[in-house]
Design a protein around this ligand. Structure first.
Ligand SMILES: [Zn+2]
Length: 608
């Protein structure tokens, strides 16, 4: 099924009900152009607000109001033009509109670049007297406090200007990595499952690693790393400079280290990171058990690093078309109550979703929108279970946006990256539970459990391993120690052995894995994948036990409080280890369940 080549349709051949309706944002291009003209006029008035903030509460209020009013408009045009562009990236007109809007955004940012520095010159007493004078200003208190929290880490105007003008220099290592990794690197030819000789690529590598033909997996693995091996010195040099830049920036901004700079500027306490690493290390034995099960089921004499991605169980060739999947999604999401599913139905019926692939459409899936628009979803639907999971995932983001937009003022309607993936992965967990609860088909159950366990392994364990490595390279540089490819290889190999344990063959090639991971250039980003997935596992269980009340409160909170406080609304304190214990308990229970089912299936097969 789905094996035969389907011809991709042009956008105008797709029926309207499978396309999003962007006229809800702007009815016509004329309306968009008129909005852009208005923004242009508003930006002209911004300069009058400069150097007024100290003159009284009313001036501060006026400036903030004006800032958020224009921002809201600019974001609206931006979101609209980017979606228009994504639906058909070949469309020249949309390309033009998008670049026009991008320029407007830059103009807006430049026009208000004085706002935060000027805000920082106001004393606490002054601000307190402002709040007393003007209750309306309290609506912006959290925003002002967020800016003030960065006070100790801002430099003089002159220094900030110098740093800003060098920002493109600071991103050079990441650019070099990207060019080397995506353009210059040439991979050798390998044999695919059907015996065809194919040229290896990043995308194909991932596919071949999932192959149930072990030779195919092994050859792809060895061929890929043979290439990385040849360029390890250049990769190491790029990464080392990148790490050095993070440490340099942290140092001049008065942070104790790079991790503090990265986490504190997003208002995340370091205890969140430390607790994660500690707990995952505590629970490595569960990962080792999972690998042992893998070994048994795949009937391997030993598990190699290239045996970790092929599914343990085959998904039944069941068809999940879009119509059916919507029904399943609605039933699964019913745990959130009628108010929630009412909006989900609205998303289905009011064309908030761009469902199928068309020529030129952006690949993948996302949720997008802003305060005044519906929370749209872009999909590239395939009739399979993975697409159903994607739909439910993106719906999690969209419902988070919808509920925050409808319960917060504009300035607090957005939510931080740290909490974003919690809403989407909680939905995936809810779907997992629903599918498990509603089938007696053991093979289907096993494949759902496998899907979950693989997700947990790849997200909680693997991303924490990355996070540990990331911290080590920064510490190493800070201590003035070298980061040559040799050092990086040694550390990575040791860490990998520590994570996967004695049950796996530590193929020497894996020492080079650090060299191909773009996330090591992101500056302490990956740990959030692990915390998000773990929190979602814990939350889904909590919701099915206690109901959705506190969780819905979290979805409505936007950024009205710090990220950690917002998640506390849902009943999870991410500075403490309990939520991780809950998540590992789910992992262990599902591991047991899978083991049990597979034994039963085996007995049945033996009898037949
Ligand atoms: Zn997501």
């Amino acid at each position: 099924m789905g094996k035969e080549l389907k011809k991709i349709k042009k956008r105008n051949e797709i029926p309207d009900e499978l396309k999003w309706d962007l006229t809800k944002v702007y009815k016509s291009e004329k309306e968009l152009t008129a909005e852009l003209d208005e923004i242009q006029n508003e930006i002209k008035k911004v300069d009058e607000l400069r150097r007024t903030l100290a003159q009284g509460s009313v001036f501060l209020k006026t400036a903030l109001k004006h800032y958020f009013k224009i921002e809201q408009k600019v974001v609206k045009t931006y979101v609209f033009a980017s979606m228009l562009n994504d639906q058909d990236t070949n469309d020249k007109k949309s390309q033009g509109l998008f670049s026009q809007v991008q320029q407007m955004y830059a103009k807006f940012a430049a026009a208000f670049s004085w706002l935060e520095p000027e805000l920082l010159t106001l004393s606490e007493e002054k601000l307190n007297s402002y709040y007393e004078n003007d209750q309306e200003l309290l609506e912006y208190k959290k925003y002002i406090e967020d800016v003030l929290a960065r006070k100790d880490h801002l430099l003089s105007d002159k220094e900030e200007k110098v740093l800003a003008s060098a920002s493109d220099i600071f991103s050079t290592p990441e650019n070099i990595f990207g060019i080397l990794n995506n353009a210059d690197l040439k991979f050798p030819q390998v044999t695919d499952e059907k015996g065809n000789i194919v040229e290896l690529s990043h995308g194909l590598f991932e596919k071949l690693l999932e192959s149930d033909n072990r030779e195919v997996r092994k050859n792809a693995f060895q061929a890929l790393y043979k290439t990385y091996d040849q360029f390890q010195n250049t990769f190491a040099a790029a990464l080392a400079v990148n790490v050095h830049i993070h440490n340099f920036q942290a140092n001049i901004r008065n942070y104790p280290d790079a991790i503090s700079a990265a986490l504190e500027s997003n208002n995340i306490p370091i205890s969140v990171y430390d607790t994660l690493v500690e707990k995952v290390n505590d629970k490595l034995s569960l990962l080792h058990r999972y690998i042992e099960i893998r070994k048994e089921l795949l009937e391997l004499d030993s598990v190699h690093m290239y045996d970790l991605y092929t599914p343990i169980t085959k998904l039944p060739d069941q068809e999940y078309n879009y119509e059916n999947s919507k029904k399943i999604a609605l039933k699964a999401l019913n745990v959130f109550g009628d108010d929630y599913t009412h909006v989900v139905k609205k998303a289905f019926e009011s064309r908030w979703i761009d469902v199928v692939e068309n020529v030129g459409k952006r690949s993948g899936a996302y949720s997008s929108g802003m305060f005044e628009t519906p929370p749209y979803i872009l999909l590239n639907w395939q009739d399979n279970l993975e697409s159903l999971f994607t739909l439910v995932h993106e719906m999690g983001h969209s419902m988070h946006s919808y509920l925050s937009n409808h319960n917060q003022p504009y300035q607090y309607s957005d939510y931080s990256i740290f909490v974003a993936e919690i809403a989407s992965t909680t939905n995936e967990n809810i779907l997992t539970q629903y599918l498990l609860d509603n089938t007696d088909d053991l093979e289907f159950k096993a494949s759902i459990l496998n899907h979950y366990l693989d997700g947990f392994k790849g997200t909680v364990y693997r991303q924490t391993q990355f996070a540990e490595f990331e911290r080590w390279i920064h510490d190493q540089d800070k201590a003035g120690l070298p980061l040559t490819s040799q050092e990086l290889n040694n550390k990575y190999a040791n860490l990998n052995e520590h994570y996967y344990g004695p049950k796996i063959v530590n193929d020497p090639e894996i020492a080079l894995e650090w060299s191909r991971i773009p996330h090591f250039y992101y500056n302490f980003y990956v740990y959030q994948y692990a915390t998000g997935f773990a929190a979602a596992s814990a939350l889904a269980k909590k919701i099915s036990k206690e109901g959705p009340k506190s969780y819905l409160k979290f979805l409505k909170s936007g950024s009205s409080e710090l990220p950690i406080e917002v998640v506390k609304q849902a009943g999870v304190d991410m500075t403490k280890p309990d939520y991780l214990d809950d998540a590992f308990a789910v992992f262990e229970q599902r591991l047991n369940e899978l083991e049990g089912i597979l034994k039963k299936i085996k007995i049945k097969q033996n009898r037949n």
